[in-house]
Design a protein around this ligand. Sequence first.
Ligand SMILES: [Zn+2]
Length: 427
Amino acid sequence: MTTATQECPTRFGEGIIASYPDPLRTCIWNAIVEKATDVHLHCVAEGLRVLHRVDGIVHPKLMLSATEGRKLLNQLKTASGLNFVRSFIPTEGQLVWPDGDTRWEVRVTLTPVRDRESAHLRLLSVPRNQWDISGIGFHAVDQEKVAAAVGSLSGLVLITGATGSGKTTTMYSLASLMDLRTTTTYSIEDPVEFRLPYVQQIEVDEQHGLTMYEGLRTILRMDPDLILVGEIRDADSAMVAARAALSGRLVLATIHAQDAAGAIDAIHYLGVPYHVIGSSLRLIIAQNLIRRLCPDCTQPREPGDGDRELFSQFAMEIPENLMQPVGCPECHSYGYRGRTGVFEVAGIDDEVATFIRSGAHHREITDCLRKKGTRSMAQDGLEKVALGITSMEEIRRVCTFGRGIELMRRTTDPLSLDIEDLTRSEV
Ligand SMILES: [Zn+2]
């Protein structure tokens, strides 16, 4: 297989009809250099359009001629073990790309589009400090709440957010707070996104009858201390996860919802009664990802009236200056480099648990959490703006402000939305 260990001489720009001797190597190398998480190869009339997703934003990169595009797709199929002949149904494959000390796993999805093919590449790498809890952007107060919940060694911890909001990374980081060498830890995941040392990771395989529910039931028979579930989507799994938490296991699970109170709604809609939720739940972490400003080019600006109003809304001190993106060679002119999380970390104490058991509504639970000092994602974001970590524009892109409830503006996985999700968004 081709490797990307040597310097790749080819750079690229938007709108160029490019020609490369080794299109696959150039394609993956460019994505790695730009720190892209996804590469989209779209067939269009002129040829094959290449787009990168960097820090959550899609950027059109270049246009390959029809011949070059075919060559790239053929190389991709060979490298990822897919059938060379044009497929009439979507197919998935995987390839491994060594790059010095890093090992890139590239998931490839190929789909027929009209009379040709398009592809999507997801690039995954696991740096050594990937699961260090201090690196994911928790406020010190929130980190203490997290450590206390994991340290209690039993109960349910829900990590919630849209697809692509970093839930799995947070779940693994929480698990890594425990000494995984001396605990029996199992996970049931759909799919296994990253490898976690000392964890027996089971991947859902419905074709062979290994559903999430079956996986969870099996795990419970195997004397687990810690169970990771990614992510809860069906009633049976939700119920088993909650019961496992009630029976003295620590269960860390991801679930799709908009905010902390939404996670309670989500698991209740799946059929878990309020009294079971109230008794098992220890902590909810709601999160989204924001881009970090590039430290090499960011510049200050004075806050405008709208900015002042937002800080005032949360009774926060208005910063003298706000930092804004500019763009330089270090950040490939994006103005941002890397991402961090914005979080709502809600500890469930006896008072909140009693409130949950009574079947309190989303708004009432949110009000209760705010009274107890739980900061919203928007407030966490504004603090990161005040610290110069990100820009006001980025927080406005990710959070919607209004009526005291901040909703995520966008979900990247419309398939996982249901009518109840949509109804809740209208609150
Ligand atoms: Zn820069």
